[in-house]
Design a protein around this ligand. Sequence first.
Ligand code: S3P
Length: 425
Amino acid sequence: MVTATFTPPDERFHGSHDVPGDKSLSHRALILAAMAEGTSRVRGVSTGHDVRSMLGALDALGVAFEGDHVVSPGVRGWAAPAGPLDLRNSGTALRVLTGALAAHPSRVSLTGDASLRARPMRRLVAPLAALGAPVELTDGCCAPVTTGGADLRGAHVTLAIASAQVRTAVAVAALQAEGPSSIDSPGGFRDHTERWLAALGLGRWAGRTRFEILPGLVPPTDYPVPRDPSSAAFLWAAAALSPGSSVRTPGVSLNPGRIGFLDVLEQMGATVERRVTSMVLGDPVGDVTVAGASLRGAHVGGDLAVRTIDELPLVAVCAGVARGETRITGAAELRAKESDRIAAVVTLLRDLGADADPTADGFIVAGGARYRAARTSSGGDHRIAMAAAVAATAAGGPVTVDGFDAADVSWPGFDRALEAAWSSR
Ligand code: S3P
């Protein structure tokens, strides 16, 4: 276990920083490239361990990676893996691959590390069963998950939760089904998969949240992966916490389901500029600049909570020092992430000397704290490790984070990137 110590910057900072390739889009590009028969290209994938886990699983299915080329026999030619696929910490890889493997000729098991094996997988069962795919869980809830061996038929699926992972799992299964399917859920989800499938001619919107999947072969495609707004968010939060400082991050995904945090930062009083510079298969990409200010509390709930879900630990860190209370509602999903993030952010804020309380579906932060020098733990969760490091921006002394190596899941080298941001002028 790695312990890292972050010493607060003593000056304002201004700089432009490249962040890693987007994790959600790396998973989608790799799986769609692997489903296509022939050679696709996936450029700029995330360097994080989660995406390595996806690469390892696709390799076991007989997909080859030559530089940024992905050479595949196509989903119908995927090999039977020699044993269970180990997706380690990656919920997206496990859930989306379960959908892609639902029509595989043999039964395939997918598993992960202790954290992933504790995460809820029941959400996959009814939607995939509607397509005729049997999904077996362990202990009725969890990974190892076993699927495959079924002929799929189109179905109209409605989810109770706004999960982009489950929507994507259903979509990649439905591509292999006999007849069209559709998928609906509450709103606010990242709609990367839907935008890309529409651009590839494999689907279309049938309402604000309902998307139709038109079964067919995924064509070999070139996927330039944008940079990751959920990684950039750590630098945006550092700037927001330092009045007079600013951070610019070029080329990040600006999918509306990914950038709720920018709306929250504006509500809290930070200055945010965002500019769309290009589209990748119908999904917007652009540059973001965040400038810090004296922050005020905010309310985050409903669709905004979904659109900010992975950044809520950073909302908490900003809220601790903001003027007035911050209230997060409608975010019970936080309990089902790489750790129970409601418990984790409350512990982090209390370690830093701030006042925070958990609720059933979120948390309340009193605000007005001055963070103290502290020692805290990542609890094995990458986003908690990095949020704790960012809190040092506004702390009265060093912040030490036990288990900081968890950050490698999405951003190996984040410690150096944060220090580079703090020292840029
Ligand atoms: C993701 C969707 C979200 C998000 C996760 C990545 C994706 O999870 O929290 O980090 O790439 O589809 P849910 O689908 O569980 O909401």
